[in-house]
Write a protein that binds this ligand. Structure first.
Ligand SMILES: Cc1cc2nc3c(=O)[nH]c(=O)nc-3n(C[C@H](O)[C@H](O)[C@H](O)COP(=O)(O)OP(=O)(O)OC[C@H]3O[C@@H](n4cnc5c(N)ncnc54)[C@H](O)[C@@H]3O)c2cc1C
Length: 455
C-alpha cells in the first residue's frame, strides 16, 4: 500500500510505515494482533473524514486506535490495512460548570479528565483500572466500567453527544448538550460500545455530577471466597449502595504480594472485599457501618477502615495492579470479564471452582462483585499445549454457564476478535443478523474494524 495519498491528507510527519511503528501499533494490551501496513495520525475531524473516504474507495481495512489498552484485540488489525491513531486528539475543549458537562476530544486520558473536573468540584465517575492510560474515546467505544459502576453506572450513562466520522466519510453529530433528547433513533447510545466498528468518534460531550464531599474506604478480610460473597449478598440485602464493592480472591492476593510486594491481606486470607462509600459525611458514616455489620454477620476475619487518603490511594493502587501483577507472572493470562445478575454471584464462584478442578487450571478471580462482573483469569503455562487446550475448553464452558446464569460473556472489555467465536453462545442468529444489517448501514463496504465482534 502506498503512503502518498495519506501523506497528502495529514502530512509526512503523521504517516508511519517503519517496522517499529507497525509492530507497536499492531498489538493490544495483551500483545495480540497483527501489524498494519500503515499508521496514519490525523489531527482534525476533516482529516479523519478524508482518510476514511480514501480507505472506503480503495477497500482498505481501517482500524481506530485510542490508548491501546484494550484486552480483546479491538484496536489492532486482523490482516493489515491502516491503523488510524487518535493520539493527536487530546484537548479538553470545555468544562461547562453551569450545565455540568465536559466536551473532550477522544484521546484525553480518563484520569486527566477526572482530575480536571475535580479541581472545580465536579466528578466523572467511570473508573476503569486502566484510567491513567486509557482514553475517553476508547472508553466510549468499549463502554468501559470500573469499581464505581456499582453506584454510578458505566461510561454509557455519561455520554450525551458525539461527533463521529462514518466509514464513508460523512461527519455526523449525535445527541445534544441537553439532558433529554428523544429526536429520532438514539445514535449516541448505539455508538457507545460499538468497538470502533460503526464510526470514528472525534468529539465527546460527557455529563458530569457534583463531586461527593466525603468518602470512606473499608477493607474486609475473609477466610474464603464464599464468606466474601455472602457479605456482598448481605450488604445488598441491607439496601446499601456503596460506590464500589470489589472482591479479590486468594490467588490474586498472592500474586499481588509476590509480584508487587503489596500486602493487602495476610497470607491466610481466602478473599477480601474493598468497599468504598461516598456522599455527604453522615450518610457515608452510616453506610460504611452497615457494610461493616454485613461483613461481621458472615464471619469476617478482619474489618478495617483506611485511616487517611494516602492509605486509601495505596489500597486502590494495589487493586489496580492486580492485572499487571498477573501478567508479570509470565503465564498466559486468559482474562474474561464475565457478568451475572448480582444474586447469582455465589453460583458463578461455584462454576469457577468446578473449572479449576475439572480442567486442572490455576484461576485468579477478582473484580466488581457489586455488579456481578468478575474477571476470571485462566493462568496458563504458554509452553504446555495440553494446558492451553484445557484452558480453551474451560473458557467455552465458562461462557455457556454464565449465559445459563442469565449473565453475559463480557461486562466491559468487549468482543474484539478475541471473543468473536463465542458471541453465538449469547446472541441468537436473528440478533446477530440484525446487528450485521446495522453494521452494513454504517459501513456498506465493511472497511471499519473488520473481523471484530461477529463470529
Ligand atoms: C491494566 C488494565 C486494566 C483495565 N481495567 C479495565 C476496567 O477496570 N474496566 C474496563 O472497562 N476496561 C478495563 N481495561 C480495558 C481497557 O482499558 C478499556 O477497554 C478501555 O476502555 C480501552 O480504551 P483505549 O483508549 O485504550 O482504547 P483502545 O484499546 O485503543 O481501543 C479499544 C476499542 O475502541 C475503539 N476506539 C478507540 N478509540 C476510538 C474512537 N475515537 N472512535 C471509535 N472507536 C474507537 C478501537 O477501535 C477498539 O475497538 C483494562 C486494561 C488494562 C490494560
Amino acid at each position: 500500500m502506498t503512503s502518498d495519498p495519506f501523506i497528502r491528507i495529514v502530512g509526512a510527519e503523521f504517516v508511519r510505515a517503519d517496522p517499529a511503528a507497525l509492530e507497536s501499533y499492531g498489538v493490544d494490551a495483551l500483545g495480540q494482533g497483527h501489524p498494519p501496513d500503515l499508521v496514519v495520525i490525523p489531527g482534525t475531524a476533516p482529516e479523519v473524514a478524508a482518510v476514511a473516504r480514501l480507505c472506503n474507495e480503495r477497500r482498505v481495512p481501517l482500524v481506530v486506535r485510542g490508548g491501546g489498552t484494550g484486552y480483546t484485540g479491538g484496536a489492532v488489525p486482523t490482516r493489515g490495512g491502516v491503523v488510524l491513531s487518535m493520539e493527536r486528539f487530546t484537548r479538553i475543549v470545555e468544562i461547562d460548570q453551569t450545565n455540568l458537562l465536559a466536551v473532550v476530544e477522544p484521546n484525553v486520558i480518563t484520569a486527566d479528565l477526572q482530575r480536571a473536573v475535580e479541581r472545580v468540584g465536579l466528578f466523572y465517575p467511570p473508573d476503569p483500572a486502566s484510567l491513567e492510560t486509557s482514553a475517553l474515546g476508547g472508553n466510549v467505544a468499549e463502554c468501559a466500567g470500573g469499581p464505581r459502576a456499582f453506584k454510578y453506572g458505566t461510561t454509557r450513562r455519561y455520554v450525551l453527544a458525539l461527533e463521529a466520522v462514518l466509514p464513508t466519510g460523512e461527519i455526523v453529530q449525535t445527541g445534544s448538550k441537553a439532558v433529554k433528547n428523544v429526536v429520532g433513533y438514539d445514535l449516541t447510545q448505539l455508538l457507545v460500545g460499538s468497538e470502533g466498528t460503526l464510526a470514528i468518534i472525534t468529539r465527546i460531550t460527557l455529563r458530569l455530577i457534583p463531586k461527593p464531599p466525603a468518602r470512606a474506604t473499608l477493607l474486609a478480610v475473609f477466610a474464603d471466597v464464599q464468606a466474601a460473597v455472602d457479605a456482598v449478598t448481605a450488604l445488598i440485602a441491607r439496601r446499601v449502595v456503596p460506590a464500589a464493592v470489589e472482591l479479590i480472591d486468594a490467588e490474586s492476593l498472592r500474586v499481588v504480594r509476590d509480584r508487587m510486594g503489596e500486602e493487602l491481606a495476610p497470607p491466610t486470607a481466602g478473599a477480601m472485599l474493598l468497599v468504598e462509600s461516598d456522599g455527604i459525611r453522615a450518610a457515608v458514616d452510616e453506610e460504611i457501618e452497615q457494610v461493616a455489620q454485613a461483613c461481621r454477620g458472615v464471619g469476617v476475619m478482619r474489618v478495617t477502615l483506611a485511616a487517611d487518603e494516602a492509605e486509601r490511594d495505596r489500597l486502590w493502587n494495589a487493586r489496580r495492579l492486580i492485572s499487571l501483577a498477573l501478567r508479570a507472572t509470565g503465564l498466559l493470562k486468559i482474562n474474561h470479564d464475565v457478568v451475572v445478575p448480582r444474586g447469582r454471584i455465589p453460583e458463578l464462584f461455584g462454576v469457577i471452582d468446578e473449572l479449576r478442578e475439572e480442567y486442572r487450571l490455576t484461576i485468579a478471580a477478582f473484580g466488581h462483585a457489586g455488579d456481578g462482573n468478575i474477571h476470571v483469569n485462566l493462568m496458563v503455562n504458554p509452553s504446555d499445549p495440553d494446558e492451553r487446550a484445557r484452558a480453551r475448553q474451560a473458557e467455552r464452558v465458562l461462557f455457556e454457564r454464565v449465559v445459563a446464569l442469565e449473565g453475559s460473556i463480557s461486562g466491559e472489555h468487549g468482543i474484539g476478535f478475541a471473543k468473536a467465536p463465542y458471541v453465538g453462545i449469547e446472541l441468537s442468529p436473528d440478533a446477530i443478523a440484525l446487528m450485521k444489517r446495522v453494521k452494513a448501514a454504517f459501513d456498506p463496504n465493511g472497511i471499519l474494524n473488520p473481523g471484530k465482534i461477529f463470529p
